[in-house]
Design a protein. Structure first.
Length: 372
């Protein structure tokens, strides 16, 4: 039978992600609109985002954190363009974003010594084959494949190269062992449901040393430049952004951090996301027509949950449209390059109760389209 309840918030997109519960535009009333981001107030607000990010995520004191242009894409390309080329590169690609970084390294930066570690959607490459005498580029969580690296144990402490991690759909939802990471990026519109266009860049002392001691062979556009007069431009990591940021978006991020603290900080956020994943684990266990794209539970993402459905591509498309028309689930189609299926965001800003109701609707929608 058709369910009689609908999710309170039917937003299950994997980016931009759902706003946190209780969010209203009224929370942005203190944003310093019409003020320079270089004013004392503007810079203080940006610096607050940096300081609180380090605190909530447990980033070591000697790591640098900065706000940079271009969302996670801009932040990660800035990272690669500044540090790669000093040695060979091992790149790990098990979903679309990792494949994109591999393309940039090979075709744009034209680095000759490259090892590619690839896997099909839903699987993880053999991480034991990664050569850490090289720099290593990888995504922590495959937003488009529903697969994550299980931990950082595969990364040695005595590595020679740098580890560069795209963690945009992992931070605030998974434990990041910072001693294993030299450069990491994420964006506001992912796990905390912030607004778009701004990236966050995290650098270890080893990454800073690379930037200061190495000059890439390629030119760096202004929005990528992290070095000034031969040294790291520390102002970037103190709230002086390279270009003009949105103070409205920054205020939105600060309010998301307020909410994160209210639910127990990082531990609370991880717990909520893992509870959300368990809703689907129970549903999949009791319904033979649906399964996880990631078969290995240890590597299964607790944010971007990707699902196979025992229907044709056309039937799945009809199922997704039906749920959207009923206003119970928006944007749950799989990524365009991934196998046809469903993708449901299960980060902490999504309520467990809404996912439980969604599962009832998934069963109803499946029954509606399976004989079409």
């Amino acid at each position: 039978m058709k369910p009689n309840k609908k999710p309170v918030r039917p937003c299950f997109s994997s980016g931009p992600c759902a706003k946190y519960p209780g969010y209203t535009l009224e929370v942005l009333k203190d944003a310093p609109l019409g003020r320079s981001h270089r004013s004392a107030l503007g810079k203080a607000k940006l610096q607050e985002s940096i300081i609180r990010t380090k605190k909530i995520l447990g980033i070591p004191e000697d790591y640098l954190v900065g706000i940079v242009p271009g969302s996670d894409t801009g932040a990660f390309e800035m990272l690669m363009w500044n540090v790669l080329g000093a040695r060979g590169v091992d790149v790990i690609a098990f979903e679309s974003f990792g494949k994109g970084w591999a393309y940039d390294i090979e075709k744009e930066l034209k680095i000759a010594n490259i090892n590619k570690h690839t896997a099909e959607y839903g699987e993880l490459p053999d991480l034991s084959k990664v050569d850490f005498t090289n720099d290593v580029v990888f995504t922590w969580n495959g937003t488009t494949s529903g697969v994550k690296v299980p931990n950082g144990d595969w990364i040695p402490d005595d590595r020679e190269g740098l580890t560069l991690c795209d963690a945009t759909s992992a931070v605030f939802a998974m434990e990041i062992p910072w001693n294993k990471i030299d450069g990491l990026t994420f964006s506001w519109q992912k796990v905390l449901g912030g607004e778009a266009a701004h990236g966050m860049l995290v650098l270890s002392p080893r990454a800073v040393e690379r930037i200061e001691s190495y000059t890439p062979a390629w030119p760096l556009p202004k929005v990528f430049r992290l070095k000034k007069k031969g040294a790291i431009n520390e102002a970037i990591f103190q709230g002086s952004t390279i270009n003009t940021p949105s103070m409205l978006c920054n205020e939105d991020y600060l309010k998301a951090l307020d909410w994160a603290e209210s639910v127990g900080g990082l531990k609370g956020l991880i717990s909520k996301s893992e509870e959300n994943l368990r809703v689907f684990e129970a549903f999949v266990d009791s319904h033979p027509w649906i399964s996880f794209l990631a078969k290995d539970k240890a590597c299964r993402s607790n944010t971007s949950v990707c699902l196979n459905v025992d229907l044709s591509a056309g039937q799945i498309k009809a199922m997704v449209k039906l749920l959207a028309d009923e206003k119970v689930a928006y944007d749950i189609n799989s990524y365009s390059e991934a196998p046809v299926g469903l993708r449901v965001w299960c980060g902490a800003t999504v309520e467990k109760s809404d996912l439980e109701i969604l599962c009832q609707w998934l069963e109803w929608a499946y029954e509606q389209v399976k004989n079409q």
